[in-house]
Design a protein around this ligand. Structure first.
Ligand code: F6R
Length: 600
């Protein structure tokens, strides 16, 4: 969701900010803006739509060596130039960008700003007007900023500049991500490290309810009541080239192709020199001491959780529940006596998950985050973190992060089984190596997937996906991939459930993609395929060497049944990609979506 960048140094800030915003495009946005402050005062540019439109609108001579920028994903008020950030105070002294949601903005407006006419519909504008109101009462900018933040309820990451002092950026944070990057005679601000890798790899984290006063030579971290805080920096290991498309037209395709490498990387990271699993002993104990695991996640990560449950229950004999984070948050089920909460989140920032984690901590339960971003909020706040080592995922549609999450679960399941002395033939490490090779073979068959997309999906309004057991979990993911990037109405169903209502939607030519990778339900799902074909459906079947029948469109190599989603999802990802591509959709940045969902 919204992205923030800031720059203060000796160079012109304009191009640096635009490059930073481009690196944040993947988070999802519908308008963008920058503000520059230099010797000739403040210059403000904002536009609805893509960053390219913003670039066109910026005066070629725009100058300023201090600046802030923002990509907005609309929450309060429609996507428009007026609602785009940065927002300014009435006198135009203060200019600010914000990511998050201020829950009490209307109350604050009533209490402190009754004589101010707001220029936008946003909650953000109230923040900048408050800073000005307090500064007019004699507070310094820093005091007015801290005073304002202390009144806010909700989530925020904020960067503020002052037209009367072009040497300082004020930043503050609560629940929304924000980092300060450190350079030599230059400092930067960014929602994530990727946005500023062209300037620095050294960053400091800002904790909730802290501010940072940033000048080009200094950064000062403080609490909201003004006490100085010492904070050490860290160096990110993300390479700038990891965030580039290289020879690919889309990040999504690049990331699908990276999955074999990710599998091998996970094997390497989770294996010691003796070939045994390398896992923090405290994590092992937390899993084995728990009487029930509660997996909390959203979207694709939730789908990975469903597969993780099967692995943990079938291999490690651990009872597991999987919950949608936003549901669990307001409708908590009865808990067992000794639960362990496992949060799965690619970004590590999903607000719904964080809401649950806050309650989990309040109640004194242990928590583990499985994430692709180790320094993220969920990672920092949980007791333990496991890294998925997928490398930066830039396309909004999650692909390699999903398979990486399931791969890490397979390792956890095997480790837990061994630690408990359970006799199992499940060897996650060996399976992941086989899967890496099989993924490569599938990724080489792009022409087959493209043809399937052409034959089944180019014209259709809707598409159904069916499967049973492990295949049911993966078809839910396949349908999510298709709908989010191609806008085709797609649903994933348990094969046996279709005839209890949904089959009424099958018409002549309706595409139905069936995945059948498990021998014990192969004939059942094929029966379900017959039911829809008899009503006119156009069926596309993905099977394995063991379950195949003549006429199946894709046959996968045999792997352990519990691991099949890691493989069967590859054709589903590619089919969704080609369907979206040929329907003219913006594959990497689908409409209305955000990569990092930082509001509830
Ligand atoms: C779909 C997708 C989303 C995310 C969901 C949770 O391709 O990416 O459904 O899986 O928004 O995000 P994370 O995993 O960052 O918590």
């Amino acid at each position: 969701m919204c992205g923030i960048v800031g720059y203060i140094g000796n160079e012109q800030a304009k191009d640096i900010l635009i490059k930073g915003l481009q690196k944040l495009e993947y988070r999802g946005y519908d308008s963008a803006g920058i503000a520059l402050v230099g010797n000739s005062g403040i210059e403000l540019y904002k536009e609805k739509g893509r960053i390219a439109s913003l670039e066109d609108a910026i005066n070629k001579d725009a100058s300023g060596t201090t600046g802030i920028g923002h990509t907005r994903w609309a929450t309060h008020g429609a996507p428009s130039k007026e609602n785009a950030h940065p927002h300014q105070s009435v006198s135009e002294r203060y200019t600010l960008v914000h990511n998050g949601v201020i829950e009490n903005y209307q109350q604050l407006k009533k209490e402190y700003l009754h004589d101010v006419t707001l220029a936008s519909e946003t909650d953000t504008e109230v923040i900048v007007q408050l800073v000005e109101a307090f500064s007019q009462k004699g507070e310094s900018t820093e005091e007015a900023f801290r005073h304002t933040l202390s009144l806010l309820h909700g989530s925020y990451a904020i960067a503020l500049i002052d037209n009367a002092d072009n040497d300082t950026i004020y930043v503050g944070k609560n629940k929304s991500p924000l980092l300060v990057g450190l350079g030599d005679g230059v400092n930067v601000v960014a929602s994530d490290a990727m946005a500023m890798l062209h300037i620095t790899k050294e960053f400091i984290e800002i904790m909730d309810e802290e501010i940072v006063v940033v000048t080009k030579d200094n950064v000062q971290v403080k609490t909201l009541d003004g006490k100085s805080v010492t904070r050490h920096s860290f160096t990110t290991d993300i390479d700038e080239s990891d965030t580039e498309k290289g020879t690919y037209n889309h990040f999504m395709l690049k990331e699908v192709d990276e999955q074999p490498f990710v599998m091998r990387n996970i094997v390497q990271k989770y294996q010691n020199d003796d070939g045994d699993i390398k896992l923090d002993g405290d994590i092992r104990s937390a899993i084995n001491d728990a009487d029930r695991l509660y997996i909390i996640a959203a979207g694709t990560s939730y789908h990975a959780g469903l597969v993780g449950k099967e692995m943990m229950e079938k291999v490690a004999k651990k009872p597991v529940e999987v919950h949608i984070a936003s549901e669990f948050l307001y409708n908590q089920p009865l808990l067992s006596e000794k639960p362990l909460f496992i949060f799965i989140s690619q970004s590590g920032e999903t607000a719904d998950c964080r809401g649950v984690l806050v309650n989990v901590k309040k109640n004194g339960y242990k928590s583990l985050t499985i994430t692709n971003v180790p320094g993220s909020t969920l990672s920092r706040e949980a007791d333990f973190t496991l890294h998925t080592y997928a490398g930066p995922e830039i396309a909004v549609a999650s692909t390699k992060a999903y398979t990486a999450q399931m791969a890490v679960f397979s390792i956890l399941a095997m480790d837990s089984a061994r630690a408990q002395g359970i006799d199992t033939d499940f060897d996650a490490i060996q399976e992941l190596s086989l899967i890496a090779n099989a993924m490569e073979t599938l990724c080489d068959q792009k022409d087959v997937m493209e043809q399937i997309a052409r034959d089944y999906l180019f014209e259709t309004r809707s598409c159904f996906f069916i499967g049973r057991g492990m295949d049911y979990h993966v078809v839910m993911e396949g349908s999510l991939k298709l709908k989010e990037i191609s806008y085709i109405q797609a649903e994933g169903f348990a094969g046996g459930e279709l005839k209890h209502g949904t089959i009424a939607l099958i018409e002549d030519g309706t595409p139905v993609v069936a995945v059948t990778t498990q021998k014990h339900v192969n004939l059942n799902i094929r029966g379900n395929v017959q039911e829809v074909v008899a009503r006119g459906a156009n069926a596309c079947i993905i099977s394995t060497e063991t379950t195949k029948q003549d006429g199946d469109q894709i046959v996968l190599p045999d792997i352990h049944e519990l691991m099949t989603p890691l493989l069967s999802v590859i054709p589903l990802q590619l089919i969704a990609y080609y369907a979206a591509l040929h329907r003219g959709c913006d594959v990497d940045k689908p409409r209305n979506l955000a990569k990092s969902v930082t509001v509830e």
